[in-house]
Write a protein that binds this ligand. Structure first.
Ligand SMILES: Nc1ncnc2c1ncn2[C@@H]1O[C@H](COP(=O)(O)OP(=O)(O)OP(=O)(O)O)[C@@H](O)[C@H]1O
Ligand SMILES: C[C@@H](N)C(=O)O
Ligand SMILES: [Mg+2]
Ligand SMILES: [Mg+2]
Length: 327
């Protein structure tokens, strides 16, 4: 009997546009001989399944079922293809736990923790992982730009503390640019992280669990053509991504060990992608963990899966089987 899968997409943040692209890739590659896949769009206007003719059916939020004519569709599992809130920050994970529906991503606590960049670096540092020095700001707590500049060395990165796809981010090299960068980040989130720049080569590492074992995908080096890996570099071709990265065995081992350790420390599930800067002298520094990493045609995880010699169909199938086996 085919399993019924809800592929959730959309979301309530600026990353919704990327979620739709990720869900398209996931949908195209899920094995339809094994799974009946229903794409469910979760956005501020409603949660619904869209029929081929454009008609929409709202999800019953009591138990995440769909009534399609005489049929009641009850899902066996949820494939999370929704970046940002509420699919990557633990909100929907908590809801699915309440109604007993398994899902492919990290659990509610891990998702909530890792979606907060500042709390992520704090916990990672406790686990022995190197991270950048940073200052955490809250919208309604007054801050002094000069004090921030006194505590951190330029250049700094200014980011919405809960966000992704580099939306609302700036690299600040001159103190006079900081106030505008903070305003920009506060337009996306009510918390902002100001982080010292780590100098070095950038790498990103996909890690997943299959058959109960933690596995690391081939590492990707990110070479941004812009000043950093911003939205344009990510999705509009302004970067080169080299998979597997051209690095020696010692760097590969250091990155793989850090990535595996982070996966364990945060008790992750499913596939996550961990971003690093490798400082020539001091080794890998973790920037952040993405618990719902992009799956668009331009995204890194699909490149890493192919470089590992797997098909996306087998890979997405293994994520689903792993989550079904936990339920
Ligand atoms: N402390 C730092 N030092 C050096 N580069 C940084 C730093 N923080 C961020 N960057 C640059 O900015 C990019 C985006 O930062 P980060 O990964 O934290 O944001 P994001 O919006 O969550 O991205 P994603 O699309 O991966 O979710 C990084 O890929 C890197 O190029
Ligand atoms: C989708 C984006 N936050 C990523 O990590 O790929
Ligand atoms: Mg991110
Ligand atoms: Mg990132």
């Amino acid at each position: 009997m085919k399993k019924k899968i809800a592929l959730i997409t959309g979301g309530y943040s600026g990353e919704a546009v990327i979620s739709y692209k990720s869900a398209r890739t996931i949908y195209n590659h899920l094995d339809k001989a094994k799974y009946d896949v229903y794409t469910i769009d979760i956005n501020p206007n409603g949660w619904y399944f869209e029929h081929e003719d454009g008609q929409k059916t709202l999800v019953n939020r009591e138990n995440f079922t769909l009534t399609l004519g005489a049929e009641l569709v009850q899902f066996d599992a949820v494939f999370v293809g929704l970046h940002g809130t509420p699919g990557e920050d633990g909100k929907l994970q908590g809801y699915f736990d309440m109604i007993g529906l398994p899902y492919t991503s990290c659990n509610a606590a891990t998702s909530a923790l890792t979606f907060n960049k500042r709390y992520t670096v704090a916990v990672a540092a406790m686990g022995g992982i190197q991270v950048a020095k940073s200052v955490h700001l809250f919208k309604h707590t007054p801050y002094d730009v000069n004090k921030i500049l006194g505590r951190l060395q330029l250049p700094v990165f200014v980011k919405p503390n809960n966000g992704g796809s580099s939306i609302g981010m700036s690299k600040v090299s001159e103190g006079t640019q900081l106030a505008a960068a903070l305003d920009k980040a506060f337009r996306e989130d009510d918390q902002v992280l100001v982080e010292e720049m780590i100098s070095g080569r950038e790498f990103t590492v996909g890690v997943y669990k299959a058959g109960g074992a933690i596995r690391v995908l081939p590492i990707t080096e990110i070479i941004a053509h812009n000043e950093f890996f911003d939205f344009e570099a990510k999705y509009e071709g302004k970067s080169s991504e080299v998979t597997p990265a051209d690095i020696d065995a010692a760097w590969k081992e250091a990155l793989e060990d850090a990535a595996r350790r982070i996966y364990e420390v945060f008790n992750c599930s499913g596939v996550v992608r961990i971003d690093f800067i490798y400082d020539n002298e001091t080794g890998p520094h973790m920037l952040e963990i993405n618990t719902v990493p992009g799956q668009s045609e331009a995204s890194v995880i699909p490149q890493q899966v192919r470089a590992a010699g797997m098909t996306l169909t087998d890979f997405y199938g293994s994520l689903l089987e792993e989550c079904l086996s936990r339920s």
